[in-house]
Design a protein around this ligand. Structure first.
Ligand SMILES: *Cc1c(COP(=O)(O)O)cnc(C)c1O
Length: 407
C-alpha cells in the first residue's frame, strides 16, 4: 500500500511509523488512543486476564525438555508451551485482546486477514466468544491449501472471503482487509495478527503477547533461581518472539536469538529470511526490513511453514537487529523437519513447523558447541503441529522418492 503520510508515533529507531492512505489515518489514531486508554485501565486488564485464564488456558507451563536437550548436547532447555493454548498457538492472546478492545470501542464487526488460517481461526474464535461479527480475507491459493481451517472459521460463525488478486496469498489478503476497513471503519475493527502494520499495531500486539515473557520470567526464576542465559523463538511477523523477549530486553545478560525461515537455503533465493538480505522498505503501513528486488518490488517468499512465509518483519525486530540487542539466524525447511521429528520422539510433543525452526537453531548450536552445554535456555513453542501433519507427511514422501531415485 502506498505511503501517503508518515509521522513519529510508534517509531522504533528508523523503523515503524504510520504509512497509510489518508482515509485510514484518523481511524488508526483513534485506535492508538483507545489502546493507550485500556493499557492503564484496571477493569479492562482484569477482563482480559480472566479470558486468558478461564477461556484460553493461561498460564501455559514451562517444560524441561530433558531428552531433547540431551540428544542435542544441551542439558537445560525449557519449552514455553504456547502450543497448549486454546486453538493451539499464541495467536489467541492477541485475538482476545483486540476483540475486547473492539467491543469497548463500540465496534460490532471485525475484519482480519489470514495466510494459513491460524490467525483467522483465532480471530473467529475470539469474535464468537466476545460477540462480534467476523469477516476473514484469505487468498484463494491459501484456501485451497488450508481447507480444514476454512471450515473451522465457518463453523465458528465467520464469513471467509476469497481473495483472487495478485499472488492470491497472505499479502493480497492484507490488502483486501485494509480496503474493507477503509470503507467500514465506523462499525469495524481491523484485527491484525502480528507485530506488523502501522502504529499502534506493532506496540499493541506486542503488549498482548508480552504475557508469554512475564510468565516465563516467574516460572524460570522458580525453577532455576535465576534468569535464563538464552531465549530462542521463531520470527514470522515476530509476535511470539517479541512476546517472549520484551520482558527481558533490559536484562543485558539474557541473550536472544530470533529464527527466520531459511526455506530451501539462503543461496537458493527461496526463503523468507528478511535479515539475510536486509533492505529497508514500506509494506502494509510500516517501515521495516522487506524482501524486495533491486527495483523495490516485493519478492515472493518460500517456507515450509506458512506462519513464517511473509516478506516483511515487525519494525521493532528491525530496530533490535540494528542495535545488536537481538541476533537473527535462519533455519531451512529440512532442518525444521528434522527438529520436528526429534521433539516428537524425545518429548512426545508435535511442534508447529514454525516453532520447529527455533528448535532447529538450538539443535545446530548444540551440535556445533556454539552454546555452552549447561546454558539455561528457554525456547518458545509457539504452537502445536497437528495442523502440519499433511505438510510433514508430504515432505517425507518426497524425500523418500528423492532417495530412491538417487539410489
Ligand atoms: C503465525 C504463527 C507464527 C508466526 O507468527 P509470529 O507473529 O512471528 O509469531 C509462529 N508460530 C505459530 C505456531 C504460528 O501460528
Amino acid at each position: 500500500m502506498k505511503a501517503v503520510r508518515s509521522t513519529t508515533p510508534g517509531r522504533f529507531g528508523e523503523f515503524g511509523g504510520i504509512y497509510v492512505p489518508e482515509i485510514l489515518y484518523t481511524p488508526v489514531l483513534e485506535l492508538a488512543h483507545a489502546f493507550e486508554e485500556v493499557r492503564g485501565d484496571h477493569a479492562f486488564q482484569e477482563t482480559l486476564q480472566r479470558e486468558l485464564t478461564t477461556f484460553a488456558g493461561r498460564p501455559t507451563p514451562l517444560t524441561h525438555a530433558v531428552r531433547f536437550g540431551e540428544t542435542i548436547g544441551l542439558t537445560r532447555v525449557y519449552l514455553k508451551r504456547e502450543d497448549l493454548l486454546h486453538t493451539g498457538a499464541h495467536k489467541i492472546n492477541n485475538a482476545l485482546g483486540q476483540a475486547l478492545l473492539a467491543r469497548r470501542m463500540g465496534k460490532t464487526r471485525v475484519v482480519a486477514e489470514t495466510g494459513a488460517g491460524q490467525h483467522g481461526v483465532a480471530s473467529a474464535t475470539a469474535c464468537a466468544r466476545v460477540g462480534l461479527q467476523c469477516t476473514v480475507y484469505m487468498g484463494e491459493v491459501d484456501m485451497e491449501r488450508q481447507r480444514p481451517n476454512v471450515e473451522r472459521m465457518k463453523l465458528l460463525g465467520a464469513e471467509v472471503v476469497p481473495v483472487a488478486s495478485g499472488s492470491r496469498t497472505l499479502k493480497d489478503a492484507i490488502n483486501e482487509a485494509m480496503r474493507d476497513w477503509s470503507a467500514s471503519v465506523r462499525t469495524t475493527h481491523y484485527l491484525l495478527g502480528s507485530v506488523l502494520g502501522p502504529h499502534p499495531y506493532p506496540t499493541m500486539v506486542r503488549d498482548f503477547q508480552s504475557v508469554i515473557g512475564r510468565e516465563t520470567r516467574v516460572q524460570i526464576q522458580k525453577e532455576a533461581g535465576r534468569l535464563p542465559d538464552l531465549l530462542v523463538a521463531c520470527v514470522g511477523g515476530g509476535s511470539n518472539a517479541i512476546g517472549l523477549f520484551h520482558e527481558f530486553l533490559e536484562d543485558r545478560a539474557v541473550q536472544m536469538v530470533g529464527v527466520e525461515a531459511g526455506g530451501a537455503g539462503i543461496r537458493s533465493g527461496r526463503h523468507a529470511a528478511r535479515f539475510a538480505e536486509p533492505a529497508v522498505g514500506v509494506l502494509h503501513g510500516t517501515r521495516t526490513q522487506v524482501l524486495q528486488d533491486s527495483a523495490g518490488q516485493i519478492r515472493s517468499t518460500h517456507s515450509i511453514s506458512a506462519g513464517l512465509d511473509y516478506p516483511a518483519v515487525g519494525p521493532e525486530h528491525a530496530a533490535l537487529q540494528a542495535s545488536g540487542r537481538v541476533r537473527y539466524e535462519s533455519a531451512t525447511d529440512e532442518e525444521a523437519l528434522r527438529a520436528f521429528d526429534l521433539l516428537a520422539r524425545t518429548e512426545g510433543i508435535l511442534p508447529a513447523l514454525e516453532s520447529s525452526h527455533a528448535l532447529a537453531y538450538l539443535a545446530r548450536s548444540g551440535a556445533a558447541r556454539a552454546v555452552r552445554s549447561d546454558a539455561l535456555i528457554v525456547a518458545n513453542l509457539s504452537g502445536r503441529g497437528d495442523k502440519d501433519l499433511g505438510v510433514v507427511l508430504a515432505a517425507r514422501h518426497d524425500a523418500a522418492l528423492d532417495s530412491s531415485g538417487r539410489g
